[in-house]
Design a binder for this molecule. Structure first.
Ligand code: UD1
Length: 418
């Protein structure tokens, strides 16, 4: 298994260009199933999760071709094939194929995603909404078997605003008969990016970006050319790196309105953040102030930046409380940060971090995607030796060329192949 080695202490300075957002690319690629033909998708990041969804879709007859940064997707020959446990267990977002398969073929067989490192993460809200749209479903040896003659529009209220749940039902509803109203829908920028793509295919959708989305089903959709939005979680990670290292990083492609809550917190911490013609410039302060956060659905502080923020609070002046309100059990990185000398106490859904001047270099283990990034940020400031982050396959699920981007900013960091 590959690991990343960091010799910390270097100040980070320069420009970094954001990749396309993984969480926008996954639903967009799934949505290519909705209409047969050749779709052109730009700014698709080269990531393990993207390879996984491509592998599942290829098994269903979809043909992919890389063309100079654009992904050509031919979904003409889609056929009935299951999404196997072996692939779905590595990426829960495979469930995003359920809505489009039902809309196009009226049938789908997808492995039920199992438990995951950051909590139970059920898909009950996806299934309840599909049932309301007329889908018959039963569980068979760990697989969801779903079928429907004609999807029908429905009034749906999500008990919790679920991101992939909202996307799944949007993709089913665009081909359903009649009107679907999604209430308490997720409002993330990735939802708007998907809605833009679906409108490009001929769908009728209004209200995306608010908690009520109205979709009028259409009988036919066409092919589309679409660009994935820049990755706001990658942007936030580099913002925190600049803040922690007293560095100065210009983040090209960063859309500040996707990161309002994060920018406000970083300003409270002491970072200077200004918009530039290319994106956003972040300058780290001499002393990092401690600030509390609570994770929330968009536009609140994203759970996908909680671990990185915690790494930053480990070297802040004073104590902070980090409350994880989206997922249960998303503090597994705490044990690894403690190995680097961090003073953190977990109490239920809260972590109390007592900031210290320094972290120590150590051998640590990545436990999930965003936890890997937090350990690398910690390693970049631990200037007393080598930090080795193992199980880096978690990082490769969601960060494109992470160590190359950091090296270009002056970090002393490299990958060792197992
Ligand atoms: C998406 C993101 C993930 C991010 C998360 C929250 C993708 C591919 N992944 O995950 O990076 O961390 O949003 O911003 O976009 N829930 C239920 N039942 C359901 C669905 C969700 O109880 O059927 C709960 C979850 O357990 C969680 C909350 O709802 O507590 C929000 O989860 P959700 O928004 O669905 O997360 P994902 O879409 O899986």
């Amino acid at each position: 298994m590959d690991k990343i080695i960091i010799e910390g202490g270097n100040t980070l300075k320069g420009k970094v260009k954001l990749s396309g957002a993984k969480n926008a690319a996954l639903p967009v690629l799934s949505a290519c199933i909705l209409a047969g033909g050749h779709h052109r998708i730009q700014r698709v990041p080269a990531l393990r999760d993207i390879r996984t969804i491509r592998e599942i879709m290829s098994g269903m007859g979809v043909i992919f071709q890389d063309d100079n940064g654009t992904l050509l997707v031919n979904s003409e020959g889609i056929c009935e094939k299951e999404a196997s446990y072996d692939l779905v267990k590595t990426m829960r977002a495979s469930i995003l194929l359920l809505g489009p398969l039902l809309a196009r073929l009226g049938k789908a067989r997808i492995s039920l995603p199992g438990g995951c490192a950051i909590g139970a993460r059920p898909v009950n809200l996806h299934l309840k909404a599909l049932a309301a749209m007329g889908v018959d479903m039963f569980l068979d040896h760990g697989y969801i078997n779903a079928s429907v003659d004609n999807l029908k529009g429905a009034d749906i209220f999500f008990d919790i605003p679920t991101v992939t749940g909202t996307e799944n039902i949007m993709m089913a509803a665009v081909r359903a008969k009649g009107k679907t109203i999604l209430k308490n829908a997720a409002k993330e920028p990735e939802i708007i990016n998907l809605a833009d793509m679906l409108r490009g295919m001929g769908a009728s959708i209004e209200g995306d970006g608010t908690d009520t989305i109205v979709i009028n089903g259409v009988s036919e959709l066409g092919t589309v050319e679409h660009t994935i939005i820049p990755d706001r979680i990658e942007a936030g990670t580099f913002m925190m790196a600049a803040t922690m290292n007293r560095g100065e990083i210009e983040i090209e492609g960063c859309q500040p309105d996707h990161l309002t809550a994060v920018i406000k917190k970083l300003q409270s911490v002491g970072a200077k953040i200004e918009a530039t013609s290319m994106g956003v410039l972040v300058k780290g302060p001499d002393i990092i102030k401690s600030v509390d956060i609570k994770t929330m659905p968009f536009p609140g502080f994203p759970t996908d930046l909680q671990a990185q923020f915690m790494a930053m609070m480990c070297i802040a002046d004073g104590s902070s409380v980090i409350k994880e309100a989206v997922f249960e059990n998303r503090f597994i990185h705490v044990n690894e940060l403690q190995r680097m000398g961090a003073d953190i106490v977990v109490d239920g859904d809260k972590a109390i971090v007592r900031g210290k001047r320094n972290l120590q270099a150590a051998q640590v283990m990545a436990t999930d995607l965003r936890a890997s990034a937090s350990l690398i940020l910690a390693g970049l400031v631990a200037g007393d030796g080598r930090t080795e982050v193992s199980r880096i396959y978690h990082l490769d699920r969601g960060y494109e060329a992470f160590e190359d981007k950091f090296r270009a900013l002056g970090a002393n960091m490299w990958r060792e192949k197992a």
